[in-house]
Design a protein around this ligand. Structure first.
Ligand SMILES: C[S@@+](CC[C@H](N)C(=O)[O-])C[C@H]1O[C@@H](n2cnc3c(N)ncnc32)[C@H](O)[C@@H]1O
Length: 272
């Protein structure tokens, strides 16, 4: 029997998988993380993205972070001097943790549990910046619809800032995959042009690096063009695209040494 799934099915399955991994991530981060978050100087954001945020003048500006997970980056942005922040995420557990961390940090970020494709219209036109970071885009089955949401959330002249894993990484196995060859860690195993989703049931523990028999999650290989074209089609001008040889995924640090491959990128767009 062939089971066909639609976008909503993928998204619902992913919600369960992200709920399942939340306590695994909390355990891996441990109590030290709760202490770190208390500091008014706490920031999970590196110098690359912080520099770009400063270039677009994020200080005092309202920000929406989409797929914010436990809100550590929202709290960071607020500590660094942004204006009001709303973090959106589909995972009940991640949002519950975000609210708890927000309290521990003494911060005032707002967190909304929602599928990004169903963000309430009351949020439209409210944000100077839409912020998207590592590991968000590949969970979203329809980027054309997604960037329409981004466009709607932004104020006129508002900025989109994406700091993501480079899609080229989807061609290379991670260390816990059978296809991984320690003799040739750079080996291209998968097609950059893969169109069917990745279905995985060994967990999403990119924090502790453990695997477990878990709920099946579905993610998508998106080429650079799959990301840029729907941005531009949705009337967001591409301001700049920078590609970097450093890893932000915590899955592929072994590819950094040679500084030969594109491992991450920052894209800045502006609403017309
Ligand atoms: C890798 S995590 C983001 C991590 C974050 N950048 C950080 O460094 O803390 C991806 C997040 O996307 C969320 N997500 C996946 N599909 C979503 C959807 N359709 N709507 C909203 N959030 C979604 C997941 O719940 C998860 O929290």
């Amino acid at each position: 029997m062939i089971i066909t799934m639609n976008d909503k099915d993928y998204i619902n399955a992913n919600r369960e998988a992200w709920n399942e991994v939340a306590p695994v991530h909390q355990k891996a981060r441990g109590k030290e993380f709760l202490e770190e978050v208390k500091s008014p100087d706490y920031s999970a954001l590196d110098a690359f993205v912080t520099g770009k945020l400063r270039e677009i003048g994020f200080e005092g500006k309202s920000v929406a972070q989409l797929c914010c997970n436990n809100g550590r980056e929202c709290i960071s942005l607020r500590n660094l001097g942004s204006g009001p922040i709303t973090g959106f995420d589909i995972s009940d557990e991640a949002i519950a943790e975000a609210r708890k961390l927000n309290e521990i940090a003494g911060s005032d970020c707002e967190f909304v549990r929602t599928d990004v494709f169903e963000i309430d219209k009351k949020h439209y036109g409210k944000y100077d910046i839409v912020f998207i970071t590592v590991g968000a885009l590949s969970w979203l089955p329809d980027l054309e619809r997604f960037f329409k949401v981004v466009y709607n959330l932004l104020k006129p002249d508002g900025y989109l800032l994406i700091y993501e894993m480079h899609p080229f990484l989807y061609t290379i196995p991670c260390k816990d995959e059978l296809e991984f060859d320690p003799e040739q860690p750079f080996k291209i195993e998968y097609s950059y042009f893969k169109t069917e989703p990745w279905a995985e049931d060994s967990g999403i523990d990119y924090v502790g690096g453990t695997t477990y028999q878990g709920k099946t999650s579905y993610s998508f290989t998106q080429k650079i063009s799959d990301i840029i074209n729907p941005i531009v089609k949705n009337d967001i001008t591409l301001v700049e695209l920078n590609e970097y040889p450093h890893d932000i995924s915590s899955i592929y640090p072994f590819l950094e040494k040679e500084q030969k491959l594109p491992l991450s990128f920052i894209l800045i767009g502006k609403k017309n």
